[in-house]
Design a binder for this molecule. Structure first.
Ligand SMILES: Nc1ncnc2c1ncn2[C@@H]1O[C@H](COP(=O)(O)OP(=O)(O)OP(=O)(O)O)[C@@H](O)[C@H]1O
Ligand SMILES: [Mg+2]
Length: 258
């Protein structure tokens, strides 16, 4: 059985796509068969993995019923581009519109242990589709003022999806991202998240560094570009593997990487 994780945030630029990209790298290096799904019309995840922009079929074709999910897998990624915006509009007028992603992903052959879904920066229909298809929700927050507010809004949508459409959905955790612990506002963001969400906040905090923009531009994983910084994501992957059932062996292999 695959474990599906939706990575979401109410705000833009909280590091969702970088998290999906780098977690996919870390999990694959520890032997976990991982599929990444780009569910954002911006197509950033597809760029970060350096897929050609005109690659087809994409997730838009899958959601529109023109292709199967299996046909849309390119190098262990289902890509997206702007055509997803149109597919989202079309989806809006259909019966069962919140269930479409779950239905198409469930038709995938059982070859992936983990499926990571990169959501767009809004809590609209695409993000709801991700939450209905997922077993787990991972909320990212930028270490800034108002981090708490953004996480609370995302949490409400997670609860809505759980109560109405997907009772098995569980919060995997809240990730504090782009943090500079030398600054007061990063420290305060962490304190307020811990006060509110306690153990649900990952111990691992992802440090801010300009190296992430460089590594995105070169479509090169931060694990290779700057392993010293990539260590944050190795720590996060370890915490996630500890929370997902049945992946203990991968934790040992991950430990061997660092
Ligand atoms: N830890 C980090 N430190 C500094 N910059 C980062 C970090 N992680 C990501 N970035 C940069 O911040 C920008 C936004 O990151 P990313 O695309 O991962 O966020 P996002 O939440 O997916 O954005 P969007 O909401 O637009 O989809 C990118 O330029 C990325 O390279
Ligand atoms: Mg993104």
């Amino acid at each position: 059985m695959s474990q599906t994780i939706a990575v979401l945030s109410q705000k833009g630029g909280t590091g969702k796509t970088t998290t999906v990209r780098t977690l996919a790298d870390a999990l694959r290096r520890s032997g976990v068969r991982t599929l990444a799904v780009d569910l954002d019309p911006q197509g950033n995840l597809s760029d970060y993995f350096d897929l050609p922009p005109d690659v087809e079929p994409t997730i838009a074709d899958v959601l529109s019923g023109r292709a199967s999910a299996a046909d849309a897998v390119h190098e262990e990624l289902i890509p997206a581009n702007l055509s997803l915006a149109e597919a989202e509009l079309m989806l809006g007028g259909k019966m069962g519109r919140e269930l479409t992603l779950r239905r198409v992903l469930s038709a995938l052959p059982e070859e992936y242990e983990v499926i990571l879904i990169d959501c767009p920066p809004s809590l609209g229909l695409l993000t709801i589709n991700a939450l209905v298809a997922a077993d787990w929700a991972l909320i990212t927050a930028e270490a800034q003022y108002f981090a708490l507010q953004g996480v609370e809004q995302a949490m409400e949508v997670v609860e809505l999806a759980r109560d109405s459409l997907n009772p098995k959905l569980t919060l995997l955790g809240v990730l504090l991202n782009l943090a500079d612990m030398r600054t007061v506002h990063s420290r305060e963001a962490l304190v307020s998240l811990k006060e509110r969400f306690g153990e649900q906040v990952f111990d691992t905090v992802i440090r801010a560094s300009i190296a992430y923009a460089e590594s995105a531009e070169r479509a090169r994983s931060i694990l290779d570009h700057r392993p010293d910084l990539g260590a944050d994501y190795v720590g996060l992957a370890d915490e996630i593997l500890a929370r997902l059932p049945g992946l203990t062996d991968a934790r040992m292999r991950l430990a061997g990487l660092s």
